[in-house]
Every structure is written in C-alpha cells, then in structure tokens.
Design a protein around this ligand. Sequence first.
Ligand code: ZN
Length: 430
Amino acid sequence: MNPIKSAWTILKVWAYDHSKFHKRLYDDAGICPGDIHSLADIRNVPKVEKSMMRDIQNKDPFPYGDGLCVPLKEVSTFRQTSGTTGQPVYQPDTWQDWEWWSECWAFILWAQGYRPKDRVFLPFGYNIFVAFWAGHYAAEKLGCEVVPGGVLDTQARILKIQELSATAMMATPTYILRMAEVAKHKMGIHPASLSIDKITCAGEPGAGIPATKKRMEEAFGAKVYDHSGATEIGAWSYECSHQPLGMHVNEAMFLVEIEDVETGEIIEEAGKQGKMVITALDRMAQPCIRFDSKDVIEWDKNPCTCGRSFRLIRGGVIGRADDITKVKGVLLSPAAIEEVVRSFDGLGDEYEVVVDRPGDMNRRALKRERLIWVSKSETEGRLRDQLRLKTNLGYGIEFFGYGSLPRYKLKAKRFKDLRKKHSLHREEGI
Ligand SMILES: [Zn+2]
C-alpha cells in the first residue's frame, strides 16, 4: 500500500473521529473518511485556513478549542505563532508530537552535516515561540552537544561561542547578520575567526536569497543552510549540504500540494509558482490537514545531486501569498528587493522598504544604511537601475548613517505597506 495514502487515511479518520472542528468541516463539505480512496480524492477535502484556527481557540477545551484531538491532560507543550500576520494561533502538542517534531528536525540537521562531534550553539530566547526548540532536541537526538544560548545578550553569546569553540548554530538570517555586526564593530572579533562551520537558518527567507546567504557565509566563513517550518505545520523542508539552490520537502512526513493562486488547480509541473497546501502525516493533538499555508513555492525540475529522492522546491520559499502585493499593477515580492539590496558591497545589512500612497500616487522608498566609504551618488544610481531591472518598478532611495535603522532579533519587519493604513484612515475619516 502507498505509505502516504496509508498515513493519510489514518490521520483523516483520526481527525474526523476525535475533533468536532474537523467533523463539522467535512460534514459541511459532504465528505467523510470513507470517500478517500486515492491521492486524487484528497483534493476534495476542505482546506484549513489560519483564521479558522483563530476562530475556534479560546473555546472549550480552553485555550485550544474543538480542533483538539486528544484529552487536554495529554497535552505536554504549549506554543504559539509569532502573530506577524494577526492574532497568534495556539498549538498544543503531546509528548508523541514532540518526538515527531524532533524527528522532523533530525532529518534537517543530518542532511546539513550535523554529526555527534558537533557542539551546537543556540542563540535564541527559549520562549513560547517554537523557533529552534525542536532543533535543540533533534541535535541532542543525533548525539551532538547542545549549548542553549537562552537569555544571554549578543556579546555574551559570541564570547561563549568563542570560549567553547562551537561548530554550528541555528538562528534567523536577521540575527546571524546582527551577530556578525556586533562581533566586528563592537567587539573587534572577526566572526570568521570563530569555529562555526555551519549555520541553520529559519523563520525568514534570507538563507534562500543568494545575496543574503553570501553575506552570512562570508561573515562567518561557514556554510549557511535554509530550512522552512511553521508552528502549526512542523519542520517540513530543508536545504541539504549540496546547497541545490532550493529545499527538499520531507515527503516521509508531509504531503505537499501546490495550488494555483488564480484557478485553485493543483500544479504538478516544475517551474510554476503557487501557494502551498500541506498535510503533516503524523501530527496527532492538533492535526495539520490541507493547511493553506500561503507560502509561495514551485517544484524544481531537477533531482538533487545529493541522491535524496525527496523532491526539491526551487529557491526555497519564494514569498508569502499575503506579502506579494500589487504596486501599479506589478506584482512585487519583498524577497526580490532583498536579493538586489544585499548584493551591494559597502552598504550595511539593514534596509527598509516603504510603499506609500500620498495623494493618488504609489510611492516606493528604499531606506538603506551606508558604510562611510561608499560613493552615494554612484551607488544610488546602480541600486535604482538594478531594482528597476529586477522588480519593474522605480524607487526613491534614501541613505542613512550606520546604526540608525532598527535592529531585529527574530523576524524583521523591513517591508512596510502604508497604503492600506491610509485608505483605512480615509474610511474612518481620520
Ligand atoms: Zn539534496
């Protein structure tokens, strides 16, 4: 029997029988577990949106609502989403789910060359966000030695990495660049002199953006690997040590479908972008079945040179369907802007993009920090040309002194679309 079909059937029956939320969803759609006979039938199963998870939570059983498939007393871990796109979603996991999380991450770390001899430093605040928690447990599971960087500040973390000769770390791209900046400019330590030889990134698309990846790799003299996961899904994809300019989907543990944003059709062919609809095959307490992730991805037409048969998504997660916005009728992805702005030498790592609408005009401004040796007019011209070439839009560019733009520890907010705010204010008569 097809293992995916088998796992799917078990999970589907499980959710239908144990959760009022899923039963309601399927009954309303006129589908029941007995209707699922093939992979094609899965496409008739209704999708779950993040907003639906928000709607049921805080109801009985508190605080998760009736999407919960196990008795409340079996829940061993609480996490919540970061809330960057709205009210956070709460995620219950049993101990069995937590072992599953670690297994997902063990796939990632092994593929990226983590071995028992590694000493892994985790420079993140251990808290209610899932972030690198499962990475911690997976590294232990592989036999690595794990150093939890917890509440240490950035300088203390760098000193600890130096003292212990840590060989690997996991953080967001924003924080990796922040650490490099602090080491270099505040501590007089060149990050490449540390013993870090591999870095696993998550939380933001930076490690999949070639210019940002190059900045991180050059700063630390280390290999930087991308990974994508989410609190309500799990750790579903990863870049392997062959760095194939994309990520493998962990098809042993997840079923990934790509849906055409316009037509809703499932995309099978390579090279065509759509949003990901994903199912976690073994998650029990709060199952993830046909979750509408809004991540924009596309299949790669080539297999990876590493020999893994798990399919590749080209360029990793390209963006979020929510983030890709229309400006003057042109589709604009923040990742496309980042690829251009981070490819310029002599500029700082921080930038900000503002899309505004003063009067009836869309205005796009790029704010960028300048290191002192850069020729402003020459750089400004080249930046403007490259941005127009890659995004088909013009920009006003402002340069700021080093250190004047905001710094972020986890997910950065560098793309600001003020147009909705203005129209909202107009509607409210403010
Ligand atoms: Zn590979």
